[in-house]
Ligand binder design. Structure first.
Ligand SMILES: Cc1ncc(COP(=O)(O)O)c(C=O)c1O
Length: 185
């Protein structure tokens, strides 16, 4: 498990230079794994704008291109997906269309941590747990703990009171958003 300093930026998380800064996470993770003689089989991160996942994963890409067997998994909420729904246009990044998760299942894993993870982080954790259930024994799974959820306690309160909606973004809302989205190219 590795951690970053998420939460101090909002729009910033989708900007290129933020992505570049976040690669320090992947670089450090690489060194930490080397120090313990491990090679990741799976690299898992939560995705909103994409910066923490890309920052973790990009430094490992050259190894993958060189033929290492490594799987990258981007986990995002079904409530507000930025990768797997919509149409392929500028700002729509995932061509493999995997791995969106519903919120309540992600909030459930909060119990494993002393501090509650941020909702975005809980998607990465939940996804890593799912990968662990399917991976061959002995696999190394790296996931990114992108931030704590101390600013999200009202969502946890809603979850524990059974009020957290099992929400999936309706297609009409996506269609509406796409109608006002400019076409590029
Ligand atoms: C703690 C935390 N993790 C992850 C994200 C997702 O952003 P990104 O995909 O750009 O890392 C956010 C966005 O607000 C966040 O606050």
């Amino acid at each position: 498990m590795v951690g970053d300093s998420h939460g101090d930026e909002n729009l910033g998380s989708v900007l290129n230079h933020v992505l570049l800064h976040q690669t320090v996470i992947g670089l450090e993770t690489k060194q930490q794994l080397q120090a313990v003689g491990e090679k990741p089989d799976y690299i898992v991160g939560g995705v909103g704008g994409g910066s923490n996942f890309a920052g973790l994963m990009l430094p490992f890409l050259p190894l993958k291109f060189a033929g290492e067997d490594m799987t990258f998994i981007a986990a995002e909420p079904k409530a507000c997906p930025s990768l797997i729904r919509g149409t392929y246009r500028y700002d729509f990044g995932d061509i493999s269309k995997t791995n969106a998760l519903k919120q309540p299942g992600c909030f459930r894993i909060r119990r494993a941590f002393f501090l509650p993870p941020a909702p975005e982080t809980s998607h990465a954790i939940r996804s890593a747990i799912e990968v662990a259930g399917k991976a061959r024994p002995g696999s190394s799974i790296v996931f990114l703990y992108s931030g704590h959820g101390l600013l999200d306690l009202s969502s946890y309160e809603a979850y524990f009171q059974g009020h957290l909606e099992d929400y999936e973004l309706p297609q009409e809302v996506i269609d509406q958003a796409l109608a006002s989205c400019p076409e590029y190219g």
